[in-house]
Write a protein that binds this ligand. Structure first.
Ligand code: HEM
Length: 330
């Protein structure tokens, strides 16, 4: 049975996390890494299994312990990834590509393909990852990192901060509108794209430092090398999306896509999940899940019910969203 998600940490302060018990090690053949620099780093230090295949419980424990990610956001992000990209029978998710290590895949159209699967959690206009349209949606991209550095120089005095985040988020959207005919920026992707711009400020900055700004050395260490900087201490308090309002306010932007596969043809989608209705993401994902799993039976059905409930309880119950039971109740 998939167990309920772990609760918050008991000690929630800063501490050394690049410690002797968690040495960085290079990749071995078959190890999975993907689009998320946070999870990649945790796997390369052994907070997650080094092969990059983990249960939701392992993911929540690792992001809390290694980065001081707050419990509600940890549950929200983990089950979102797991429900869309994980193997719900074996309770395993690959943080990168599809691998036999997550067990036999469920019947199509479900895929258990890992976080690299485009258009589920992973999406366009990433900071240091290219759009799927250009061929590789998950590897560190040096050209994009050069842009990250350039923007940090121009708007942050050589550091990445919330001002830089606002500028870079907007510019990456404009890049995709102009160059990716299949650009899509709605539902899950619309919402996560903003959170991802503030994680580096809140979670990649050493917890002993009072100014919320990330040096380019430390940025490269996480984004490119999947490695904590030497002596790295995690954030001083549990956090996740703080400051995202500032990034959104810099260039308010609505969810949408380049329509008809045409460049420079961004059309807003009023049916997309958005920031104004906190239950809209829940409703959208429930719809996607039912497309992936139209008629689950047995363990698959049981685990869908459990995982959806865990996700709801951590992420949407507190917002007052009504719980839905597309597969009934146990
Ligand atoms: C990006 C998953 C936790 C930092 C991503 C992406 C995925 C993902 C799928 C790619 C989105 C895209 O750009 O298309 C997850 C899951 C998490 C998690 C499932 C929890 C289990 C974290 C944590 C951190 C983090 C704890 C920071 C400590 C980032 C950043 C990006 C990102 C900075 C943007 C990468 C870029 O655009 O270059 N994450 N993530 N994530 N994640 Fe995570």
């Amino acid at each position: 049975d998939p167990p309920p998600p772990p609760g918050p940490l008991s000690f929630t302060g800063t501490k050394l996390v690049n410690d002797r018990d968690h040495p960085w090690r290079p990749l071995r053949s078959g190890d999975q890494r993907g689009p998320c620099p946070g999870l990649n780093t945790l796997a390369s230090h052994g907070y997650l299994p080094r092969d990059g295949v983990a249960t939701p419980t392992q993911l929540i424990n690792a992001i809390q312990e290694g980065f001081n990610f707050d419990n509600a956001a940890a549950i929200g992000a983990t089950y979102l990834g797991h429900i869309l990209n994980g193997n719900l029978v074996t309770d395993l998710l690959s943080i990168g590509g599809k691998t036999p290590k997550t067990g036999p895949p469920p019947p199509a159209p479900a895929h258990a393909g890992g976080l690299n699967v485009h258009g589920t959690f992973e999406g366009d206009a990433g900071l240091t990852r290219a759009d799927e349209f250009f061929g590789d949606n998950h590897s560190f991209n040096q050209t994009l990192f050069d842009k990250f550095v350039d923007f940090s120089n121009r708007f942050g005095g050589g550091f990445y901060n919330l001002t830089v985040a606002g500028e870079l988020r907007y510019s990456r959207i404009q890049d995709s509108i102009a160059t990716n005919p299949q650009f899509s920026f709605k539902n899950v992707r619309y919402l996560t794209a903003y959170g991802e711009t503030v994680f580096p400020v809140n979670l990649f900055v050493d917890g002993r430092q009072t100014e919320r700004k990330l040096s380019m050395d430390h940025a490269a260490s996480f984004f490119r090398d999947m490695r904590f900087p030497p002596d790295f201490h995690r954030a001083a308090q549990p956090s996740s999306g703080a400051g995202v309002e500032q990034v959104i306010a810099a260039y308010p932007w609505l969810p949408g896509a380049n329509a008809d596969g045409k460049l420079n043809n961004y059309v807003v989608d009023p049916t997309s999940a958005n920031f104004t209705d906190p239950c809209s993401l829940y409703r959208f994902v429930l719809g996607s899940v039912q497309e992936l799993y139209p008629r689950p039976t047995g363990i698959l059905r049981r685990n869908l019910i459990k995982n959806l409930h865990y996700w709801y309880t951590g992420a949407f119950g507190p917002a007052g969203c009504p719980e839905q039971f597309p597969y009934g109740q146990l």
